[in-house]
Write a protein that binds this ligand. Structure first.
Ligand code: AMP
Ligand code: ZN
Length: 443
């Protein structure tokens, strides 16, 4: 089975060849944990999760190591901690957990590792010392900066030449920088901000350095796949490459770079700064996590995807159709379905094969294939009962009312029986009385 991946570094689709098929390594830039994730953030995590699942099915679950970091050092975290008068760990631990819960609801597997920046300060300081000693970094005005002019391949990923980046942009360049593109490896903390000890002055790391140090420590000098959203290509990934390659005597940081496209609302990137966001934990109040996952995978990961109510309704309707067909038992993986995934993880095309299986009534293969993608994980009865809306009746309350309805009917208490009927009507709960008792679903 050959997997082809579009590599942003070579700008073409390539056959994926891991350095060691017994230990395939992938890294994904994870969240900055200061508030709730939106569904655009989730797209990056779900895209990486599908790739992780495909790699596990090719190389075996024990032979793929996936690390997704937690950025727990950041200005926005400091601001939130200051506003609430708590230590940064209170904020970061709370939102790390929420992030993992949200992604679990979207059917994502836990990565094998979730390294935190705060646990890698020693490694970051050590990497800076290597860069300083090799002449790739310099100290200026209490900062340590990476010297981009010292690395002739700088710009290889984004295709930008030095000088391009800031041309025309009215950004004030700090006068202690040798080149405008030089970026911070270490900087002094402001008063009241957390700081960590370092021989070049107590302070805090630059964001790019966090990922380079966590990759080195947890996965090794060179990894197979580095993922992330398109927006991270420049400067974040470009700078990760510069640091790691220069600290490792020219060894590549990652052999394949995989970037996902943006999730959009009304053709504009969903982002916190624009305020056009839909939070995962809000969406989960109305929609089952599988509906959200299906919607995210209905477009190719590299394409932009517009997030609309229609997309959600369509996704739910397709899943309903599939849940009507699936059977219990072991099914075969359909070759056409697998071929679509092996072709640069083409999920929309793989869905076409799933619909064909549903059409043929091959419920076993449908379930086996959909499960590989993290879909059709529910029991069909639970699925059709649906997800309770906030403020609506819970499953337990509904079942208690059904029991009461049987009792009051037996006791010929018709007024209470009518009341219960009216409650179900208002709450849009549909009952079906059969020979084996009463079943229900949300309408
Ligand atoms: P941030 O919290 O903005 O650093 O983003 C965390 C991850 O989500 C990064 O991999 C981003 O590239 C990704 N991301 C943020 N917004 C979007 C979006 N609208 N569509 C797809 N990915 C996004
Ligand atoms: Zn990163």
């Amino acid at each position: 089975m050959n997997l082809a991946l579009y590599n942003s570094l070579s700008r073409k689709k390539q056959v994926f060849e891991p350095a060691d098929p017994k230990r395939v390594t992938m890294y994904n830039c994870g969240p900055t944990v200061y508030s709730y994730a939106h569904i655009g953030n989730a797209r990056a995590a779900v895209a990486a999760d599908v790739l992780f699942r495909v790699l596990r099915s090719i190389y075996g679950a024990d032979h793929v190591v996936y690390a997704r970091n937690i950025t727990d050092v950041d200005d926005k975290i400091n601001i939130a901690a200051n506003e609430q008068g708590v230590d940064i760990s209170v904020i970061t631990e709370r939102f790390s957990k929420i992030y993992n819960d949200d992604l679990a609801a979207l059917g994502c597997l836990m990565p094998n590792m979730q390294p935190k920046a705060t646990a890698h300060m020693g490694e970051m300081v050590a990497m800076i010392q290597v860069l300083l000693a090799a002449g790739h970094a310099y100290e200026a005005d209490g900062h340590v900066l990476f010297d981009v002019a010292s690395y002739e391949d700088y710009g290889q990923l984004s295709g930008r030449a030095l000088g391009d980046n800031l041309a025309g942009a009215r950004v004030k360049v700090a006068d202690y920088k040798r080149s405008p593109e030089d970026f911070v490896l270490w900087k002094p903390s402001k008063v009241g901000e957390p700081e960590w000890p370092a021989p070049f002055g107590n302070g805090r790391p630059g964001w790019h350095l966090e990922c380079s140090a966590m990759i080195e420590k947890n996965l090794g000098t060179s990894i197979d796949i580095h993922c992330g959203g398109q927006d991270l290509k420049f400067p974040h990934h470009e700078n990760e490459i510069a640091q790691s390659v220069c600290a490792h005597k020219g060894a590549p940081l990652a052999n394949y770079w995989v970037h996902n496209g943006f999730l959009q609302m009304d053709s504009t990137k969903m982002s916190k700064s624009l305020g056009n966001v839909k939070l995962v934990h809000e969406l989960l109040k109305t929609w089952d996590g599988e509906v959200l996952r299906f919607a995210l995978l209905s477009g190719h990961y590299r394409s932009e995807l517009d997030w609309t109510d229609d997309l959600l309704k369509q996704s739910k309707a397709t899943l309903d159709g599939w849940y009507r067909v699936i059977g219990a038992g072991e099914g075969q993986i359909d070759p056409g379905f697998m071929a679509a995934l092996l072709d640069d993880v083409n999920t929309p095309e793989s869905f076409g094969h799933l619909s064909a299986l549903a059409h043929k009534g091959d419920g076993l293969s449908l379930k086996a294939c959909a499960n590989l993608l993290g879909l059709l994980k529910n029991d069909p009865d639970d699925w059709f009962r649906g997800k309770g809306k906030e403020g609506g009746l819970s499953d337990v309350e509904i079942e208690a009312l059904i029991k009461e309805r049987a009792e009051v009917r037996a006791a010929k208490n018709w007024s209470r029986a009518d009341e219960i009927r009216d409650i179900f009507k208002t709450e849009n709960i549909i009952l079906e009385d059969g020979k084996d008792g009463t079943t229900w679903r949300r309408g």
